[in-house]
Design a protein around this ligand. Sequence first.
Ligand code: PMP
Length: 455
Amino acid sequence: TLTEPLVSQISTVTDHQPASMAAFWMPFTANRQFKSAPRMLTSASGMYFENDKGQQILDGCAGLWCVNAGHGREAISEAVARQVSQLDYAPPFQMGHPLAFEFAERLIQHTPPNLNHVFFTNSGSESVETALKIALNYHRLKGQGTRQRLIGRERSYHGVNFGGISVGGIVNNRKTFGSGLPGTDHLPHTLNIDLNAFSRGLPEHGTELADALEQLIALHDASNIAAVIVEPVAGSGGVIMPPVGYLQKLREITRKHGILLIFDEVITGFGRVGEAFAASRWGIEPDIMTTAKGLTNGAIPMGAVFVSDAIHDAFMTGPESMIELFHGYTYSGHPVACAAGLAALDIYEQEGLFQRTLAMEPVFEAGLHSLKGLPGLIDIRNIGLIGAIELQPLDGQPGERGRRVFQHCYEQGVLVRWTGDILAMSPPLIIEKEHIRQLVNTLKEGIQLAFQNHE
Ligand code: PMP
């Protein structure tokens, strides 16, 4: 009858468990496993989520590396509500609205000095595709259309679209989705646990890994290479640090050969490693920078690509009536996203959150490294407010120990992120000492249990 499904829908609203979970195909999730024991978050405030059982869950991940100012910021929700009623949407092609211009102008106050132009997108993946297309188009405009090869790195994550998975170094993408874009190459990743285990901040060994770029240039010739894209700190591939001097070396080599350097700062942007961007912390000027996540504090989907004056100028010198870049999204510079982003930026500035990362870094570092010596830990690494703990995998069951620690922490009210046997932490930048204590103590119990039950 008609009433039955209605009744079950109503009852599910109160206990937060939908009658059927099959309709929603969840992303990057073991759907069947999840749906047999769902973990449902129902509200959030400050450093905590609340789940459907009324339990407070300390957010050790800033959601998914994005809620940098903490949850439930009223200034953001008010700005969003105001904007939806004032101007819910404006077409972004051949039409404008003031907030997009204002937001771009405010953002470039925080970027490295050469990056003064913003192209808006809706996600990190779209920012990456946009950056790669700008790079190819730029060389063509400069009369160097043979520069088409794109270079990424092993273990790097640049989103889920075809350009991003092609320059990315995530093996599952290669196993699953075919061969990707032609003409991509990969530099080695920089994780070296033998030499750098338990480094604090940037590891000492591995600067010379940047020389692999010279080898690719020797092989292909610079005249065929468009760009190198790197995450300054690789996040999703396991929180992998750049060795001291490595990023500077990539900058020197790319500059020498006229190759564009793209920093994918989707995770590292907006204060995650201290300063607004990793590029600023290490005094590097990339040619293009991709961002998303913290751009709106995660409240509304949005991404932004920052472009150098040199690149922007190259596009702006053609006939005035032409569309300079044949690219854009229905929701590029969406007014509601701009409102959320402006409100988030106000908070970051007023609360000095990028500087706060640097102030909290030693406390976070000391907390994580206090776990050194626990059985089965093979590495702890950290910079700013991002860190990872790597566990010795269980024989024949890689990822199982990571999953157990994650599960234990969640049951005990702490959200960490787990990728195989690597646990990643990236809390909101408003974190206090007592939250760090809770995070570390819960991780400690989880790790001890994972090894007790799984010697
Ligand atoms: N680049 C990097 C470095 C990322 O970490 C991510 C997301 N984790 C992306 C791109 C893709 O972002 P999105 O999921 O918003 O498409």
